[in-house]
Design a protein around this ligand. Sequence first.
Ligand code: SF4
Ligand code: SF4
Length: 387
Amino acid sequence: MASPCDATSLEAAAPPTAVPAAPVSAGAGPLLFPKPAGVGLGPAPTAPAPPAPAPGSRATPPLRHLPLVTLYLTDRCNSRCTTCDYWRHGRTDISLESVRRLLPGLREAGTRIVLISGGEPLLHPDWESIAGLLRSQGMRVWLLTAGLALAKHARKVAGVFDDVTVSLDGTHAATYAAIRGLEAFDKVCEGIRAAADAGVPVRLRTTVQRANFEELPDFVPLAHRLQARQISFLAVDVANPHAFARQEAFSSDLALRPGDLPVLDRLLRDLERRHSEDFRAGFIAESPAKLRRLLQYFTAVCGQGPFPPVRCNAPEFSAVIGVNGQLQPCFFIPGPAAARTQGLDLLEKVNSPELLDLRDSIRLGKRRECVTCVCSLWREPGVGLRA
Ligand code: SF4
Ligand code: SF4
């Protein structure tokens, strides 16, 4: 699948009054929290926590709507990303019948957009039927994929998905292979072109990390050549073990080092200067100011400053549903074991005491994951999203 959240492009793609957003990828996973050697977690959050609620009341009310849902079809994957453990441990697919049982719950929750993720969703034998089922309910269905099978399935993908986001972490074969663990750059590029030719809007998502940050300005012309609709950039997450089902210590080489920071600073300035029209047109999903958060994030990871301020209410309008019906408030934070939906009980389970408590703790700034989050999302009612 693609790497986490694609808020800006979701915002751009959704109807003005729809509620767009969010995350991507995952499944459950036993969790260590290895702080990578040499990687500082930096000072604490800079966004102020809201005031504590009155005794006996909650910081967040029960949810009546879930306009955005991320649904993991499988925790299997055919990529070999260095940042992720899905491909090592994934075994499970959601059943078509489970998705059928989910439909009344999604309807009751007023779900407008379903992000189809994983693992690699195109490995699921019934991905086409599942997307078709969701779409038949009037939902907008958005595929998040690593793109290895996109060339093969481009026409079918265009037939059942409204949007596609493809992870592309290199501008040439060597970088792609170093990050994704496969010699598949050309194949993925072929898939992106094929899907675009088949008529579905294709967006690219690049996870910025040490192995590719020097290519940053080259991604934009590549995205144009591949006929992508948009490209967005996200910092690699080096702090959260739940994202990407990490079970083993992962390499601190993913993050930039102190000596890399001035280079990134210069590259971001170059990008802003050379691609002002791409920013203005929204072809680069983030604003220049938002892209500069990449520098602040990696500066913080190097222990040289605070993490960028985080403002996020994603768990208050969206949820993640794992292959076994397990509910999570967002991509990065695991849900309580008891929060597992059978379908019709979706809102009931989303409003279980355990998940209400969890959302309260997130809202009150008590979750460490939020401090270092690389894809926080904020939605003003009726306005869309800001990350
Ligand atoms: S191995 Fe790569 S493509 Fe597959 S789930 Fe992990 S991050 Fe996504
Ligand atoms: S800021 Fe917190 S609640 Fe929001 S997506 Fe990140 S980890 Fe989840």
